[in-house]
Design a protein around this ligand. Structure first.
Ligand SMILES: *Cc1c(COP(=O)(O)O)cnc(C)c1O
Length: 363
């Protein structure tokens, strides 16, 4: 009766990937980044799976962090963008949430707040990304103010890399960061997944892996998730709901973008952009049908994708389809679909639509 599409979330794979992060982290502690509903994997599910494996959880949605506390989560929690208005600072103190301070407005809110308990503060420095963080000109005065404030329990220096996954690397930003941090004696946190995997000098006291925990490579063009020993956590699985034989000249789907050159057996998969599959994925995007790798054909519709059944001529209605992830011995990394569609797996995971039923598995 129900549509065959579902997302399987493998909590065992999540823990495996955390262990991979741990191997790279050395003595650094790990903030497991679980913003955006754990990159679309389900915040409570991810936190339950990683609690006592990670050293803490980092996110940006304050009401979700409060929800974790109210559900009994006692692990350290870091608010990666700090508070958004003055009332947030006492709230974070009340719930024992560590907080980033990245902007003068926030500093004023913090210094002016009357808090039930002092806060662990992550002082964010702008080292070249030019989104959030204090400039090196502002840094000394900000640090002095924080050091003198009774609202502050501890200070950790923090920054974020723009090119940890790119050829440019981290040298320039790390240089600016080290120049500011020098002589402060403060711990620091600067590494996302890409920096954690590529640059041991960026480890600091706390690393902040996100995407690698979900089994995706932060730099798929350089190294696949498999080569990094990462396991897919989200698997998008479905079935064929129709099969048909085309003749030369027959077109497929909206716009008739794909035209059969000769006889061609085509399957129709119950999955489309209404489920989070990227509409920009062109003809040729990999897909696994009946355990065999094949390709998509034509334009992705809201509810359907057409696939080439040439490698699986016996596939009939009901044949299993793996859109991404790992299932029944087959593996197809979301990174491959993302690359074909000109995006990143982060976006695919975050875009999983609410209408897709989620099933949990612990491998
Ligand atoms: C999202 C985020 C991370 C995690 O980045 P990944 O590339 O997913 O590892 C780390 N730090 C901050 C501040 C973030 O916002």
């Amino acid at each position: 009766m129900s549509r065959p599409l579902r997302a399987i979330i493998d909590t065992g794979a999540l823990r495996h990937n955390l262990a991979v992060a741990r191997r790279h982290a050395g003595a650094a502690r790990i903030w497991a980044v679980v913003k955006a509903d754990a990159y679309g994997h389900g915040l409570k599910r991810a936190v339950a799976a990683l609690s006592s494996h990670a050293d803490g959880f980092a996110l940006i949605e304050l009401e979700r962090a409060v929800g974790l506390r109210e559900a009994g989560v006692r692990d350290p929690i870091l608010m990666l963008e700090g508070g958004y208005e003055a009332a947030d600072w006492p709230l974070m103190a009340r719930y024992g949430l560590a907080a980033v301070v990245h902007h003068p407005e926030q500093l004023q809110q913090l210094l002016g707040a009357s808090l039930p308990a002092p806060l662990d503060i992550y002082l964010k420095l702008n080292t070249g990304m030019n989104r959030l963080g204090f400039h090196e000109r502002e840094f000394p005065a900000v640090l002095t103010a924080l050091r003198q404030s009774a609202a502050v329990a501890s200070i950790t220096l923090m920054s974020h890399f723009a090119d940890a996954d790119e050829a440019r690397g981290i040298g320039e930003q790390m240089g600016r960061f080290n120049a500011m941090a020098a002589g402060t004696g403060l711990p620091f946190s600067i590494a996302n997944s890409a920096a954690l995997l590529r640059f041991p000098e960026a480890r600091g006291a706390w690393v902040r892996p996100g995407i690698m925990l979900y089994g995706s490579s932060p730099f798929p063009a350089m190294k696949t998730a498999e080569a990094l020993d990462l396991q897919p956590v989200m698997s998008l699985v479905s079935s064929l709901i129709a099969v048909r034989d085309l003749q030369a000249g027959d077109r497929i789907g909206y716009g008739g973008l794909f035209v059969a050159e000769g006889p061609l057996r085509v399957g129709v998969v119950a999955c489309g952009y209404g489920d989070g599959y990227p509409r920009h994925a062109p003809t040729g995007t990999p897909v696994v049908v009946g355990g065999r790798r094949t390709r998509t054909l034509g334009r992705v519709s809201m509810d359907k994708i057409c696939v080439d059944l040439t490698p699986v001529p016996d596939a009939a209605v009901g044949a299993p389809v793996l859109l991404w992830g790992r299932h029944d011995g087959a593996r197809l990394d979301a990174d491959e679909i993302a690359t074909a569609a000109g995006t990143v797996a982060y976006e695919l995971f975050c875009a999983l639509a609410p209408r897709v039923p989620v099933v949990e598995r612990d491998s």
